[in-house]
Design a protein around this ligand. Sequence first.
Ligand code: SF4
Ligand code: SF4
Length: 395
Amino acid sequence: MKWKNKGHEFDNIAWDIAQNFKDKGKKIYIFGAGLLGEELRAIMEKTGCFAGFIDNNKKKQELGVNGIKVISLQKYLECGARGLVVITADRKNIPAITVQLDAVGLKEGKDFYEYQEFMKSVFPILSVYANDQVYIELAQICLTERCTLKCKKCAHGCYAVDIKSQDMSIKTAKESADYFFSHVDIINEFVLIGGEPFLYRDLDEIIQYIGKNYREKIVIFSITTNGTIMPDKETLDLCRKYKVTIRISDYSMTIRGLETKYRQLREKLENSHVPYTVSDKENQWMDYGFESVDRKGREKEMIQVFDKCKTPCREIRGSRYYYCVMARSVSDNLKLGIGKRDYLDLDGLKEGDKKILLEFQMGFSEKGYLDMCGHCHGSDAVKYPIPVAEQVQRI
Ligand code: SF4
Ligand code: SF4
């Protein structure tokens, strides 16, 4: 979307929904005390908006969940509680819960929302207009573009990067965090990524720096790894200290021998009490088409592709805030020189420019697209499935 009224793009709708939220005491009740509900609770506790759980499950009402009280919808209505209700139930149960809320006179879009819609389109706006806080779902620092693997369709183009090339300096890595957190109040997930981040010489220093200065603003602090490098004790101690989750991308279906490495890594993480996740090995990748698509600069088409895409993957690099980490890294790593100015400079933003950052985050910019969208399938990439982590050359 092109900026037409920069800094005021949401004014028409935002003041109403912000007032509605204020009228409800700026409280969020989460309908569904399951895993998704717990994820949302972690975010809402950071914002100070969490009011309680509602659930139809009698056992949860009786025992609570992780020490948190759970009430029935009936009880919620009887005790005169007020707040916005956000449904975090299984997708298949959402229609029935919507009917249940309708039946007691609650209105969708005023009294309740479905989780995905709420977090994507409503909460970031509420956060700025009602709480004066910038909320971001996901952002990352690419500490290094070097990698121990050379995956053919790496969405960051890391296969083209020489293993001896220069990493981001620790000064720039720290500055990136400083710029980002001087404008952002709460982020759901802040990721240290690569390439392979465990190749980064100053990893301990940056974990410590972010952990010490900004951990309070982060719900999930994570490192994404391909699992080929075993972190040492110092790194693991810091991960435990600052509650860093290690996200292991499982490529063992394609690359022989990785299963053993993953097992060893998992054991080490468990013994060190460091939280971790392992991606689904059955996953497929998508080919974004960065090397084959060419829209020949057709602006209308690029705007359409960008508007449909809605990638959540922001990147901070010094003071430059990139909407799409893939666009920036593929252009740099393949030396395409495309979209060099496609970022928001946080250095130029003042304290009162929260709405500009919100708008950029939601897809507004001067052009309404990124130059790399002219070389990308965008959301249609799902139509081009490819095997996970096929290697350019033997490792
Ligand atoms: S493991 Fe593969 S996909 Fe991940 S950064 Fe390295 S080359 Fe890219
Ligand atoms: S369409 Fe544009 S924003 Fe979306 S992934 Fe491709 S380059 Fe990034």
